[in-house]
Design a binder for this molecule. Sequence first.
Ligand code: F6P
Ligand code: MN
Length: 297
Amino acid sequence: MRLDEFLRLNAPEDLAALTTAVARSSVDVWGSIPFKAGLLNETNPSGETQKAIDVYSNDLFVEALTATGHAAEVASEEMEEPAESKGRISVAMDPLDGSSNVETNNPLGSIFGFYSQRLPASGRRLVGALYVTYGAMLTLTFSFGKGVHRFVALREGGGISFQLKGVELKLPEKPEVYGFGGARKEWVPEVAHFWDSLDDRGLRNRYCGTFVGDYNQVLARGGIFSYPALVKRPKGKLRVLYECAPVAYINEQAGGYASDGKGDVLDIEPGGLADTSPLYIGNSALVHEIEERISRS
Ligand code: F6P
Ligand code: MN
């Protein structure tokens, strides 16, 4: 089934229009990556260097999302202030996740949270979430609260169409992989102990350094991804609004659980747009286990 047909049958008008806007723009972002991998002399609000492709994808998505007329605002990891518009849905996005991987040609991604409330808002206000992978395949993975669906970009005639891949996505029951961000010596000790135990249970360590890429393989193979609390950075690295909550929403719809080490990531009430949180996400049993180890420490 094609994306437009699926959206017509399964999504409210606003989410269908926003998803279509992301789908179209993602094709341009994907095609532009090889041409825009040089550095610009700019930094984003978190002090990281922006690459040309970060700026390009940010501007492209803002433009396409606001043009639908359904966005109330578009907040982005790459912007200080949200772009205001006149619709109902607040969009929070990480327009190019894992951009430090551009040069090494690891997978990249884009993440979108569709909130029913002005931002910052808790993940409980999400009415949908979506992530794009720019990897070997261009894919869209999303949920509007009724399961997780994946579409793959295919060449068709002179253009590209998105086709539904398989059935509703669920995390496999038997976990196979794990991937943890940051440096091991910086992790809080409970995380290192938990990590040590995973090999003994037959899981394999696989880490690519792009959140979307690392989470995507957890969704495919089962397991756990974490960007944990660090001793010197107890609130981790990943942004609640732009990264943690949208992917936690999809993960919950796939039958999993996401924790900040104390409770459900979807319950976090972020005080600011750029708030960060530790993240432990994947199969429920593994995530509950690390949560329990942390709470006992
Ligand atoms: O957006 C931040 C990010 O690029 C994520 O995609 C990724 O999970 C993380 O940083 C990787 O950080 P590190 O290089 O510290 O493991
Ligand atoms: Mn990111």
